[in-house]
Design a binder for this molecule. Structure first.
Ligand code: F6P
Length: 322
C-alpha cells in the first residue's frame, strides 16, 4: 500500500479532525502517502484533494467540525457520479480509502464497491450513535455532553418560572441522544422513535407530576413519531391550556464544539485501525469498538440501524424523576 485517500462525509461530528489526523499520521508512519478529499464524495467526483502531511494535520485534534469539509453528495448517488469518482481513484493511483461518516456515507461506499475495486474502510463519524458494530460513534459523546449542558441551563430558567419545557434533540432515526441525555439531565419524560407511545400517557404523566416539582423537562428526539417538540407542545396545550410551557430546539449546536476526551481517543484509535485494516487487505468494513475491542463490521450490517434501546433506560428515567 503506497497511497490512500481520506474523506469526511455526511453530517459533521466532533472528533472527525482527530480521526483524519490519526489516518494521516499512521499512514506516514508506515510510509504511505495520504490525500485528503474535500467535501466528502464531492471531492472524489471533482478530484479535489490536498496532500496530507505530518504538519498539515497539526493543531486540529481539539477542533470540532472537519477541516476537510463535508457534504451530503447527491451526485454520488448517481452512476455518473460513481464512475467519475472511480476515475479520480485511478488517476491518483489510490490503493485504499478511509471514509469517516455515518450510515449515508457507508451506503455510498457499498454502491461504490459495485463499480470499483478500491479497498474502503469506514470510521463511524456521526453524533447519532446509530451504527451497528460499535458502542460509540465519533462525536456522540461530545454531542450528549452539549445537550446535558444546555438542559442544565434550561432547568435554571424552568425552575425560576415553574415551567414545563419540551426540548428537541437531534437523532433523525435514533433516540439514543435523547434517552441518555434524559438520564444525565434528570428529565421527567422522553419520547424516542424506537419506543411506541401514546400522547394520552404523556398528558396523564404531566397531570400526575407532584406539585413540589418546580421544573419539568420533556426531551423529544427529532425523529420521534410525534413530529417533534412543537407538535408535542401543541398536543399538551390542547388538553392543558393553562400549563406554562416553552419549547426549545437545540439544533446544530449539538454538532459543533471541541471534541470530548472520549471522542478524541476513539477517533484516534479508529483512524489508526482504519489504516492498519487497509494494510491487511480488509475492505468494505467499518472499524468499531465493542467492550474496548476493535471490531470490523461489513458496511451492509453497520447501516442496519437496529441498535435496540435498553428498555431499562426508560424505566430508569421514570423512577429517577418521580
Ligand atoms: O446524521 C446526523 C444528524 O445530525 C442528525 O441527527 C440530523 O437529523 C441531521 O444530521 C441533520 O442534518 P443536516 O445538518 O444536513 O440538516
Amino acid at each position: 500500500m503506497k497511497k490512500i485517500g481520506v474523506l469526511t462525509s455526511g453530517g459533521d461530528s466532533s472528533g472527525m479532525n482527530a480521526c483524519i489526523r490519526a489516518v494521516a499520521r499512521t499512514a506516514k508512519f508506515y510510509k504511505i502517502q495520504t490525500l485528503g478529499f474535500l467535501r466528502g464524495y464531492e471531492g472524489l467526483i471533482n478530484d479535489d484533494c490536498i496532500q496530507l502531511t505530518q504538519e498539515s494535520v497539526s493543531g486540529i485534534i481539539h477542533r470540532g467540525g472537519t477541516f476537510l469539509k463535508t457534504a451530503r453528495s447527491e451526485r454520488f448517488k448517481t452512476q455518473e457520479g460513481l464512475l467519475k469518482a472511480n476515475e479520480t481513484i485511478i488517476k491518483n493511483n489510490l490503493d485504499g480509502l478511509v471514509v469517516i461518516g455515518g450510515d449515508g456515507s457507508f451506503k455510498g461506499a457499498i454502491e461504490f464497491s459495485k463499480i470499483s475495486n478500491l479497498k474502503i474502510v469506514g470510521c463511524p463519524g456521526t453524533i447519532d450513535n446509530d451504527l451497528v458494530g460499535t458502542d460509540f460513534t465519533i462525536g456522540y459523546d461530545t454531542a450528549i455532553n452539549t445537550v446535558v449542558e444546555a438542559i442544565d441551563k434550561i432547568r435554571d430558567t424552568a425552575e425560576s418560572h415553574n415551567r414545563v419545557f419540551v426540548v428537541e434533540v437531534m437523532g433523525r432515526d435514533a433516540g439514543i441522544i435523547a434517552l441518555r441525555s434524559a438520564i444525565a439531565s434528570g428529565a421527567e419524560a422522553v419520547l424516542v422513535p424506537e419506543i411506541k407511545h401514546d400522547t394520552k400517557d404523556l398528558i396523564l404523566k404531566i397531570k400526575n407530576w407532584r406539585d413540589t416539582k418546580s421544573s419539568k423537562i420533556i426531551i423529544v428526539a427529532e425523529g420521534d413519531e410525534s413530529g417533534g417538540a412543537y407538535n408535542v407542545a401543541k398536543v399538551i396545550k390542547e388538553t392543558l391550556p393553562n400549563l406554562d410551557l416553552r419549547v426549545t430546539i437545540l439544533g446544530h449546536i449539538q454538532r459543533g464544539g471541541n471534541p470530548s476526551c472520549m471522542d478524541r481517543v476513539n477517533a484516534s484509535l479508529s483512524g489508526f485501525h482504519a489504516v492498519k485494516a487497509l494494510m491487511e487487505g480488509r475492505s468494505n468494513e467499518m472499524i468499531g469498538f465493542i467492550n474496548k475491542q476493535v471490531c470490523y463490521t461489513p458496511f451492509e450490517n453497520a447501516v442496519k440501524h437496529n441498535q435496540t434501546l435498553n428498555p431499562d433506560l426508560e424505566l430508569l428515567i421514570e423512577i429517577l424523576s418521580a
